[in-house]
Ligand binder design. Sequence first.
Ligand SMILES: NC(=O)c1ccc[n+]([C@@H]2O[C@H](COP(=O)([O-])OP(=O)(O)OC[C@H]3O[C@@H](n4cnc5c(N)ncnc54)[C@H](OP(=O)(O)O)[C@@H]3O)[C@@H](O)[C@H]2O)c1
Length: 332
Amino acid sequence: MKLPLCIVGCGNWAGEVMDEIHDMTDEFEFWFASRDLGKAKAYCNRYNGTGAFGSYEEAATDSHIKAMYFLTPHDLHLDNARLACSNGKHVLVEKPIARTIQEAQKLASVAKDANVSLMIAENFRFLPTVSKAIQLIAEGIVGKLRSVEIEAKGPETAIEWRASRSRTGGGRFIDAGVHYIDILVRLGGFPDRLYATELLPKIQQIDGEDGIAMIAHLPGDVTGTIVYSGSTPTTNRVSRIEASGTEGVISFEPFGEEVLIDTLDGQTSFPVESAHRGLRRMLQEFRSSIVEHRSPVMSAIEATKDLAIVLAVYESTRTRQTVDLVQPIIHR
Ligand SMILES: NC(=O)c1ccc[n+]([C@@H]2O[C@H](COP(=O)([O-])OP(=O)(O)OC[C@H]3O[C@@H](n4cnc5c(N)ncnc54)[C@H](OP(=O)(O)O)[C@@H]3O)[C@@H](O)[C@H]2O)c1
């Protein structure tokens, strides 16, 4: 079954996503919607799409469209999902699921009531490097896990809606840092407490933070750390994950093609399939979940867990206190 999928919001990320998935035409029929018909038509022509809409409402009410993929600012995710669900369309919405837990819960219940599939477009969930590292940890190759350490730094610019705390729900961490939370939870589990601090001085003039350092207590007394900066002025982007155990260290770069094991016996490389940024696998999963009438891997529940950690990080930076966490409840 070819899924007629409308790409909604023809911005930067929509272009990068389409660069990676445009040839998945055995599985998808691509349509485009923008508030500006000219933009939608330009994307449609560039990516050999089927059709274009000059408004999101037009796309949502068109009978050809079966699913909508929203690549829009965070403050619009709930309203966008409402629009799709009220017209019976399946929803793929960019990360973060929402700005608050209440918003995320509403988003999930809107999809549940409409009986449509809802998936959050967290592409890091589909990276083979992360899956391989999880498998190696489970096999005990580095012994008992002691720490998961994540360092991610790069020069990014946050302008327009991205500079507004009320529109993003925070700063750079809820936007790009949330990917690393997803990795942390998958490798080490959901934390029961954490402490975080903002990196200062701020380099970007945005309402929210442009860098965070956090330390979390994970199940089994594993320590999790993330140092994330969305504005380090360097050409050398860093994105390094390490999982250290009693018998060695697993390390990888998320978009890399190998996972390394380092022990006292030496270093071993485990190659993984090249999946670029995981977007093709993510789209495949969205389509399969619809065809198979099942909940997608990156469900509202999973995305809300990530959001809860981001929000606990913000609480800790505000209060300068350790924050206790419980997993949020989402009925799906
Ligand atoms: N997974 C990842 O790695 C990744 C990377 C980057 C971004 N993202 C996510 O993708 C989403 C979009 O990010 P982006 O970088 O593509 O942002 P962007 O370049 O600003 O594009 C956002 C698009 O949303 C639409 N939009 C609708 N109402 C809007 C409004 N009131 N103000 C501004 N834009 C509005 C616009 O499309 P039209 O004018 O065509 O309607 C705009 O081009 C966000 O949720 C972001 O977190 C994910």
